[in-house]
Design a protein around this ligand. Sequence first.
Ligand SMILES: [Zn+2]
Length: 452
Amino acid sequence: MNKRTGKFSLLLAVLLACAVAAQSQSPPVTAIKAGRLIDPETGTASVNQVIIIEGEKIREVGANLAIPAGARVIDLSNLTVLPGLVDAHTHMALTYKEQPENNYYYLTYVTDSTALRAIQAASNGIQLLNSGFTVIRDVGNNGLYADTALRQAIEQGWLPGPTVIPSGIIIGGTGGQFWPTPEMYKYHKIVYPEYIDANTPDEIIRAVRENMLFGARTIKLCIDCKPWGYSVEEIRLAISEAAKGGCKVEGHVQTPEGAQRAIDAGIHIIGHGQALTPEHHRQMAEKGIFLAGTDTPFAKYRGTEAAFRQTVAKLRSAWEKKVPLTFSTDFDYWNDRMKDDKTGEWLSRGELTIAFLETWKAAGIPAPDILRAITINGFRAADIIKERGPIKPGMFADMIAVTGDPLTDIDALRRVQFVMKNGMVFKKDGVMMPEKFFHPGPVRIPSGRYTR
Ligand SMILES: [Zn+2]
């Protein structure tokens, strides 16, 4: 071998080695055979579809697609495939109880550390993912940022869970939703970190910035938790400051006057539907303001018949006026009646969440509209629809599969057999298989970095 051919052979060998390395590093390809694939946006289904997934993203969707050589094939031809579900208003790191705190969460905050609550949230996230919830808006009452920590931990690959859109700490005027004693307020600063007191424009700006600095992806304001709630100008200030960090604002609303101020300010989401009138609904529809009504069903473990009737009527009115509705629960409690009637076993956080369908059914809302609320409207309200949600090329590969057809029987959503998150199978044949989601370190994103 002369010198030149020797060099050439060496070059060839290096190139070949690179090609082999590149091939071994190319993301795995998965092909899903979907018996029926639902597009909740249009309320339609197509049969016998193939979804090609490369790594974390969807590459192609269609009938009769060629399955690439070497692709892993997942056969869901007996199931209905649809996007993952969204709870647009919940609290994963707060669990108030009948014992010892008599459902008074002011006391839960005193007895449960942020660290304990973060672990509760991690468990809740796994349970919710098991029931098909791939996106959660977690809007406050999470101690000292348990919510943003959970988002980071899931994104970094420590554990499985939904995509969490956390608000950080709820921003409100003096007291937040608490009514503390002077001693606890002045000498122990008891309101923080459940709430940030922000009483002036400067304090509102600082509070919004602090939440975003610590990982919030949405901002939550107490519009009218106290009689001295926020004015239209103050809400607008929060909205414009949040926009600088790419965050939209939800307003907790509990009075008709507060609702009107939030609507006038052009808020993104109104949380809680109880104080809203048909006129508010009309204006929300006109302005495209999302409603996270937190529509609690009447169950043996929660609620009263009278409250349920009112919740159903409000939800019905909002639907009739064409408000962009989201599925939302405000779940943040637990008691020992949360058991399955037939088996006597505990209902999971996911089962308790999807049980809110009862309210939607009682309001007579058609299944395709419920399906749109719990998927597409949720992705929009969470402000992630450009990257995650719809089963379309370029999107993160999040999807679920159920038996039956949720377009005609919404309770099919209670029978989630398959869950995929970021292209990884979390549940198959009705069984959780989370081991691939656990890692010994932050394998996906460097820790601590601002990742919006
Ligand atoms: Zn809430």
